[in-house]
Design a protein around this ligand. Structure first.
Ligand code: NAG
Ligand code: NAG
Length: 361
């Protein structure tokens, strides 16, 4: 989904984000690096938005390529799209920027027509997280970010303690563990990682030839405002049928200049809350593949429909359909749909969202 650029008074915050000396694993650009022992698998992250900045993986010839879109500086993240960031408190859309919980009506900030998208104009991707733990090398390097969201932030009820851990493990697995606890009031929670993947390399053109398989036989149709109608419909016979590997662009609507493509939630098959395969993507040219496992009810497929020659890392240019996002998640607007799997977290409960990106070639 799209997060439109918002002008924010971020100068002070950026100084805070960049403060601190460049210790082991810190890069000159102020990012944190995790690298495997072999040295052929590494990521960079930043505590601005608990954001995944780069993912370097080899192809069959051993050539390392960066397969996520991103920016060179924290300042560019503050102004740009939510590429690679952690989205919250509630990712995706909430209809009419309101919901009722335990008999009380909550009003949020609107930033998508009448709706709220991605937690509001200043969601978790636009705040500074604390680095809690950082182990930059060894067998399973990891970094843990922490953020305490305050009562009433962007309109949401109660305090929320949030942890996000990025970890590498053999052979080429990137796992992201997210948890959240509501300490004072019940609240909807839907944390998402919004990585834009291009397995041919970021800035290498569109992903329409990437082969996509989704372990999802149903999806949630939406109305003209991108809000679920409440139906959970079969994908069979629709352009959403990726039950067998299919090129991303094979059945998709192409609208030059913006729009078209996919921006839709699928209901992931299998047992709720269990780790299970969600999707598999392969770039036919390099052979590079990604298999995603997660424990969430849904996954948003978004094909970067609104990218329009955005300036990215290392001078690369990101055009329309230049990436795909697979955002494991609660169903969109779940807080307003009692029939959808619940997204409510009450004091004493723990929200847990685990995902693993398994790369191969
Ligand atoms: C927002 O809601 C109002 C009242 O229902 C409606 O008149 C208006 O067209 C809506 N705006 C958008 C952008 O959807
Ligand atoms: C959440 O994750 C953090 C970091 O891994 C961990 O220390 C904490 O115990 C977890 N919280 C819960 C309630 O599981």
């Amino acid at each position: 989904m799209v997060v439109r650029a918002a002008l924010l008074p971020v100068t002070l915050l950026l100084c805070l984000a960049l403060a601190g000396s460049a210790g082991a694993g810190r890069t000159a650009d102020g990012f944190y690096e995790l690298k495997n022992k072999k040295g052929d698998f590494s990521i960079k992250v930043t505590n601005w938005g608990a954001t995944l900045v780069s993912v370097l993986v080899p192809d069959c010839k051993g050539d390392l390529t960066d397969v996520v879109l991103g920016y060179d500086t924290v300042a560019a993240y503050a102004k740009g799209a939510a590429a690679g960031s952690t989205i919250g408190r509630v990712a995706n859309r909430i209809a009419n920027a309101r919901f009722v919980l335990d008999g009380r009506t909550y009003r949020l900030l609107r930033n998508d027509g009448n709706n709220t998208i991605h937690g509001g104009p200043r969601g978790f991707n636009k705040v500074i997280w604390t680095v809690k733990e950082y182990v930059h090398d060894g067998d399973s390097p990891y970094i843990t970010f922490y953020y305490r969201s305050f009562d009433g932030e962007q309109g949401f009820p109660g305090y929320l303690d949030v942890y996000v851990t990025y970890q590498l493990s053999d052979p080429y697995d990137l796992s992201i563990h997210m948890n959240a606890t509501a300490t004072s009031k019940a609240t909807p929670v839907n944390l998402v990682n919004h990585a834009y993947w291009n397995l041919a390399g970021h800035g290498s053109g569109d992903v329409l030839e990437h082969e996509l398989q989704m372990f999802a036989s149903r999806y949630t149709p939406v109305d003209g405002y991108m809000i679920p109608t409440g139906q959970v419909a079969p994908v069979a016979g629709t352009k959403y049928d990726f039950l067998t590997p299919t090129p991303v662009g094979a059945n998709m609507e192409i609208v030059p200049g913006g729009g078209g493509g996919y921006d839709i939630n699928f209901a992931v098959d299998g047992q709720q809350n269990a780790m299970r395969p969600v999707a598999r993507v392969q770039d036919p040219d390099s052979g590079r593949a990604l298999e995603l496992w997660a424990n969430q009810p849904g996954v948003q497929l978004y094909t970067a429909n609104w990218l329009s020659n955005d300036k990215g890392k290392g001078g690369k240019v990101y055009g329309q359909y230049g990436a795909l996002c697979l955002e494991t998640q609660a169903y969109p607007d779940a807080v307003n749909h009692p029939d959808f799997p619940s997204s409510t977290v009450r004091p004493g409960e723990v929200y847990k969202h685990d995902m693993v990106f398994k790369f191969s070639h």
